[in-house]
Design a protein around this ligand. Structure first.
Ligand SMILES: Cc1ncc(COP(=O)(O)O)c(C=O)c1O
Length: 270
């Protein structure tokens, strides 16, 4: 037992309580996780978008109260897809907070859009809503809002500005699974939201991400685009279509391994 009473904190020149660094993001995995991974691997469905992925998506959508939860191999690819699906004209502008992880800006940049940086509040790192409107031009198409360190951005005000100027809102909820804004879970507060299940996050599947939306059209196209532009997902949901799929859209490979999903499913079975 360490008696810290009347002791100077290490940051103020006191003696550190441990010589080792304390990891702030060490994931907690136990025997149930190892067993679930083992069992899923034994099904031999090891590639992407398998039955475990579909089950994880259902549990996630159900937890959030959202229509569509679409599992991807990272939040970064989810952000890329969030813009790819919209086909905004090259050079269109997207307002992004000037304090965030690179991926919030990569979504627009990978789709040849221009990022316009907006100041954040110095006390919590979230986008300063009083600074957004001055950045809107006739080229602006979207706003990216980030929940820095899990603290939700002011989504009512951001959605209200977006509505006034007819802008698309992508809510980068990478850091905020389980957080609530005015009683509602983050992920359900915008046109589309993107979670991260990287090893540093509260819910991890090793790597991974998800797009959350209530928009059927966006969801339908994203399902094709994440699977190399094919309608291969029909394998999973329609038995009559087993063995047949078609090339229907542009896309890339943004699906996540069925094995890793086992970790995600368990988080909802606690
Ligand atoms: C705000 C934000 N957006 C996106 C990402 C990217 O997540 P991923 O590692 O799943 O691609 C992170 C990762 O920490 C993040 O903090």
């Amino acid at each position: 037992m360490i008696n810290i009473k009347n002791k100077k904190l290490a940051i103020n020149g006191g003696i550190p309580v441990t010589a080792q660094s304390v990891l702030i993001h060490k994931p907690y995995l136990d025997e149930n996780d190892f067993q679930a991974i083992n069992e899923t691997a034994r099904t031999t469905f090891v590639s992407g978008n398998g039955p475990a992925c579909i089950e994880f998506e259902k549990k996630l959508a159900n937890y959030l109260g959202a229509k569509h939860a679409l599992y991807t191999n990272s939040c970064t690819t989810a952000l890329d897809l969030a813009f790819k699906v919209k086909n905004f004209p090259e050079g269109s502008e997207v307002i992004v907070p000037n304090f965030t992880y690179t991926s919030s800006a990569l979504g627009p940049l990978l789709n040849k859009l221009k990022i316009v940086l907006c100041d954040v509040y110095s006390d919590n790192g979230n986008i300063d809503i009083s600074k957004i409107e001055a950045l809107i031009t006739e080229k602006t198409v979207a706003i990216v809002a980030v929940d820095y360190a899990g603290n939700p951005a002011e989504m009512d005000e951001i959605n209200e500005i977006a509505k006034r100027y007819n802008l698309y809102v992508v809510h980068d909820t990478a850091q905020s699974i389980g957080s609530r804004y005015k009683g509602k879970l983050t992920g359900t507060l915008s046109d589309l939201a993107t979670f991260s299940f990287h090893g540093t996050k509260n819910l991890t599947t090793g790597e991974g991400g998800a797009l959350i939306t209530n928009n059927d059209e966006l969801a339908k196209r994203i399902i094709f685009m994440r699977e190399k532009g094919t309608d291969k997902q029909s394998f999973q949901v329609d038995n009559k279509r087993r063995g047949f799929y078609e090339y229907v859209d542009i896309g890339s490979s943004f699906v996540q391994s069925n094995i890793l999903c086992a970790l995600g499913i368990l988080r909802f079975d606690l």
